[in-house]
Design a protein around this ligand. Structure first.
Ligand code: SF4
Ligand code: SF4
Length: 448
């Protein structure tokens, strides 16, 4: 991407998703892709969840190496799982002590902590507040939608516990955002999901599409499948995966609700990144960036992988006890992983008018054939095309506002004025804007 430092340059920043308790989780979400990683590591013969905890010596090694490898003044650690709260508050008190010890003068350390919220109690809330942790809460929408897949080991819904965690975090003034997995069930209800997240006080809403290839040889819900391939079995996904068109409808539905009254007030990560892309800026979300490679994942034993979605033996870069983080990030293996996203783009994407905003999205989802039979088209392509067409008019007007140094939130006023101006115009009447086109083909188009 122009303007962003190349990972091959020494000292380029990178991001590590750290899994200090590996894949161990207290829930059994039907769609979780990470629970299968137990099979990757469950060979030690040790019992209990303690065998999954990153031990103190390794933790110290990691914290020291990560801080030393980051060239920026602000350093962010990202903790996730599995479920990191299973390690207990004391474990993270030690994390903070080690960070303080190794943090050089003039640098600031931040912590982002992704949790399912079910174990968050007053002690956790106090800890998060005292140490300025940013908490990411996984929640899929109102009760019936959240509980559809996010269940505990006994199959019981977890909605009440997650909402209680959100209330607790608010009470303790802990900054939190939400992560919503958009699946076959909640994708049908974009407005309800969005309003719910906004109303529970999520300051930063993140949506992730659930796309999972069905196991080629079924052997249980969490069988360890290989990395997603880019050919064969077109469109075969698990029953809980979001449909491609459904993803487009979901994003469009949320957009219509958000743009009515919430621009500049509620932060929807995907929309913000898209506005930046339409304005010619680089993407801060890897899925819309031209190349991958700067967001790696680290397992509890120090193994580093090319990406959180590629924790497979072929994508292991090494172990932090054997090689420095910087070396592994700058290795030819990781460079090639990053470049592949761009170089494997099929012809349809290369010719696509929205390539600047999509770049073929995540390679994990590229398992269709394009219009000319070339492999590597993204399963979500139709959905993204639908969404881009739906928001194009609004996006272009918001970019114009930015260029005039006006806040993009002015779009809400512009649209409200238009609604008044065009009220009562029939679909086949001339558009009042003077374009000479029928209203239904001009300002009366859906999404205009
Ligand atoms: S493979 Fe997908 S999730 Fe991983 S870095 Fe690339 S775009 Fe991001
Ligand atoms: S919208 Fe479809 S064709 Fe266009 S870049 Fe994205 S995946 Fe490729």
């Amino acid at each position: 991407m122009s303007g962003s430092p190349s990972l091959s340059s020494p000292g380029a920043p990178f991001h590590i998703m750290t899994k200090p308790i590996g894949p161990i989780c207290n829930l059994d979400c039907e769609y979780c892709f990470y629970l299968e990683k137990e099979e990757l590591y469950d060979k030690s013969g040790q019992a209990g969840k303690s065998k999954w905890a990153m031990d103190e010596a390794l933790l110290e090694h990691y914290i020291r190496d990560y801080i030393a490898s980051q060239p920026t003044a602000e350093i962010t650690f990202a903790w996730q799982g599995g479920e990191p709260t299973l390690l207990g508050v004391e474990y993270f008190e030690r994390v903070v002590e080690l960070q303080d010890w190794y943090c050089p003068e003039g640098k600031t350390i931040h912590n982002a902590f992704q949790t399912n919220g079910t174990l968050v109690d007053e002690a956790w809330a106090e800890f998060f507040r005292d140490h300025g942790f940013l908490v990411g809460l996984s929640i899929d929408g109102p009760r019936e939608l959240h509980d559809r897949y996010r269940v505990d080991k006994g199959g019981k819904g977890t909605f009440d516990k997650v909402v209680a965690a959100a209330e607790l975090l608010k009470r303790y003034n802990v900054e939190f955002n939400t992560l919503t997995v958009v699946n076959r069930a909640n994708a049908k209800h974009p407005r309800e999901v969005y309003r719910f997240l906004r109303d529970i006080g999520s300051g930063f809403i993140q949506f992730i599409p659930l796309v999972e290839r069905a196991p080629e040889q079924p052997s249980g819900p969490h069988s360890l499948k290989g990395p997603p391939q880019t050919e064969g079995l077109d469109g075969v996904v698990s029953p809980w995966s979001v449909g491609s068109q459904q993803w487009g409808d979901f994003l469009s539905g949320v957009w219509d609700e958000w743009i009515k009254a919430d621009v500049g007030r509620v932060y929807v990560n995907l929309f913000d990144v898209q506005l930046g892309l339409w304005a010619g800026m680089p993407s801060s979300m890897c899925v819309f960036a031209e190349e991958c490679g700067s967001a790696v994942a680290m397992e509890h034993n120090g193994d580093l992988y090319s990406c959180d979605h590629y924790v497979y033996p072929a994508y292991r870069l090494g172990n932090i006890q054997e090689r420095s983080l910087g070396d592994m990030l700058r290795s030819e293996q990781q460079q090639a992983f990053g470049r592949d996203k761009r170089t494997s783009l099929p012809g349809q994407c290369q010719r696509c008018e929205y390539r600047f905003a999509c770049h073929g999205e995540c390679p994990k989802h590229r398992f269709l054939h394009d219009e000319q039979g070339e492999p590597g088209l993204n399963y979500l392509c139709q959905g993204y095309l639908k969404f881009f067409r739906h928001v194009e008019g609004d996006m272009r007007r918001m970019v114009d506002l930015l260029r005039q140094q006006q806040p993009p939130a002015m779009i809400m006023q512009i649209k409200a004025e238009e609604r008044n101006r065009f009220r009562g115009v029939g679909p086949n009447e001339p558009c009042p804007c003077g374009s000479g086109r029928k209203f239904k083909r001009c300002h009366g188009r859906p999404g205009c």
